[in-house]
Ligand binder design. Structure first.
Ligand SMILES: Nc1nc2c(ncn2[C@@H]2O[C@H](COP(=O)(O)OP(=O)(O)OP(=O)(O)O)[C@@H](O)[C@H]2O)c(=O)[nH]1
Ligand SMILES: [Mg+2]
Length: 471
């Protein structure tokens, strides 16, 4: 699909199968005239002579004069439509046979069947919304919880875009001050904005970008689930615990040490909070190359998680804690760590271990202990309660700007690096043209998010490919 090919008229079924009503959208220069060719109004003028934003009842007629369906057609004229072009929406009875017949008639009369996201792509290209808003449309359709819905709604309505445009204003102001300095730098008698004022503006910009970058951990947790790494020695019962938490035999369990070689992930909603559980390869000394790679991944997942379930076989608790504490605990700084004493069915009194072991917990490791039997599903409900408590995601409202899209996060991270260089440059009294270069880079990365003139076809293609057809 040529991403910038928007001259033709497109059509698509916009509703899911199986409903009572099915809607077909048509958009493009000839949307109204093509719809007129297959639609006979029950009375009065053809669509092309009607006012926009009206509903017209009538029939879709087949080529041999048979009635395909009784329908309602809504009429929109560009630029005041979703795509910014002339559009119609044909509401039929929701039979997939009828919908296919109407699609075929449209195509025979000059429409092209739309690819995924093509309507929203046109809305973007016609300036109805920026790229971050277009992406929010997809998020809104995919939203499955109050929090994902609120984030997408705020982004689609332009909350994020407004924040970015305020940043852009500030940066442009800063750039113009810098450039003034450059233009007149030969005139030593002239005074320019003093650099502490420039630093102040740069620092305001830095604070906002930094806040946005940090909001991603919340946004990502809401969208993709809070990452919970399940780690521990081999045979501690990690995979058994994963299966218990997911209530499904997801991972292979066996009494052979080193059963799990690769990372296994799945999400589960507990009390309205989405968790992403990550079972990992058991940590032990090994000469097996593949197992070593698996163990490396276990540590990567531990680093990326916000909650860590350290599963310990309580029949050998003390030894297991001693063996791993130096590898695990320092990596848990800033995270919630839950020591899961497993196999409590075979250890009658598992209350002793932690106090019995000399462990140093850095101040910012928040640690809890719980005894369970993953195999007998004992203590799982209590563990779930602990998890929900540990999750403690802030309440997101429709007014909050929370970054949840990895593309935006990456662009913001680059913008943050650039503004840090600007700040350093100002502090070190670097020449204006060097600082200006970094300022322009910062602006460039912010513009990537909303899709300025620099956005290339490949980026657009990647974004809209993931949409559903008809949107
Ligand atoms: N008695 C008892 N046995 C358990 C419990 N949980 C797990 N097991 C057993 O412990 C053995 C290892 O379980 P897994 O879940 O495969 O352990 P793992 O930690 O995933 O092991 P690796 O993948 O090798 O790192 C299996 O034989 C399980 O049936 C439990 O609560 N009580
Ligand atoms: Mg396992």
């Amino acid at each position: 699909m040529n991403i910038l090919y928007t001259d033709d008229t497109i059509c698509a079924i916009a509703t899911a199968q199986g409903g009572a009503i099915g809607t077909i959208r048509v958009s493009g220069k000839e949307a109204i005239s093509i719809t007129d060719k297959i639609f006979t109004p029950a009375g009065g003028a053809p669509l092309s002579e009607r006012k926009p934003y009206t509903l017209t009842f009538g029939h879709i007629m087949s080529e041999n004069g048979e009635i395909v369906d009784e329908v309602l057609v809504s009429l929109f004229r560009g630029p005041h439509s979703y795509t910014g072009e002339d559009s119609t929406e044909i509401s039929c009875h929701g039979s997939s046979y009828i919908l296919q017949q109407v699609m075929q008639l449209l195509v025979k009369n000059g429409c092209r069947a739309a690819g995924p996201g093509e309507f929203t792509q046109r809305a973007f290209l016609n300036g109805k919304m920026d790229l971050s808003q277009a992406e929010a449309v997809a998020d809104l359709i995919a939203s499955t919880s109050a929090a994902t819905h609120r984030m997408a709604m705020s982004q689609m309505r332009g909350g994020f875009s407004r924040e970015l445009s305020a940043l852009r204003e500030k940066l442009l102001h800063l750039t113009s001050l810098m450039e003034l300095e450059l233009d007149f730098s030969d005139h030593e008698e002239l005074e320019f904005a003093d650099r502490s004022e420039l630093s102040e503006i740069a620092s305001q910009v830095e604070t906002v970008i930094n806040g946005l970058v940090h909001s991603f951990s919340v946004g990502n947790a809401i969208k993709n689930g809070i990452p919970v790494a399940i780690i521990g020695e081999t045979n501690a019962g990690k995979s058994t615990l994963l299966n218990a938490l997911l209530n499904e035999e997801r991972a292979i369990v066996s009494d052979i040490h080193g059963t799990t070689r690769d990372v296994i992930e799945d999400t589960m909603n507990i009390d309205g909070v989405m968790f992403r559980f990550i079972d990992t390869a058991g940590i032990r000394e090994t000469s097996d190359e593949i197992e070593s790679i698996g163990i490396e991944r276990s540590f990567q997942k531990l680093d990326q998680a916000s909650i860590v379930l350290w599963v310990i076989d309580s029949t050998e608790a003390k030894a297991q804690i001693e063996a791993l504490k130096d590898k695990v605990i320092p990596r848990c700084e800033g995270k919630k760590l839950i020591l899961v004493m497993n196999k409590c069915d075979v250890t009658p009194d598992p209350a002793v271990f932690v106090s019995d072991t000399e462990i140093f917990f850095p101040e910012n490791v928040c640690m809890e202990t719980i005894s369970i039997s993953a195999k007998n599903r004992k203590g799982i409900a209590e563990l779930q309660e602990l998890l929900v408590k540990a999750a403690a995601l802030p309440e997101v409202t429709q007014n909050d700007v929370v970054v949840s899209n990895i593309r935006h996060y990456e662009a913001l991270t680059h913008a943050l690096e650039a503004i840090h260089r600007v700040q350093d440059g100002l502090e070190m009294n670097l020449s204006g043209d060097l600082v200006s270069q970094d300022l322009r880079e910062c602006l460039f990365h912010l513009a990537e998010i909303v899709g300025g003139e620099i956005t290339n076809d490949e980026v657009l293609g990647n974004i809209f490919r993931n949409f559903c057809i008809g949107k």
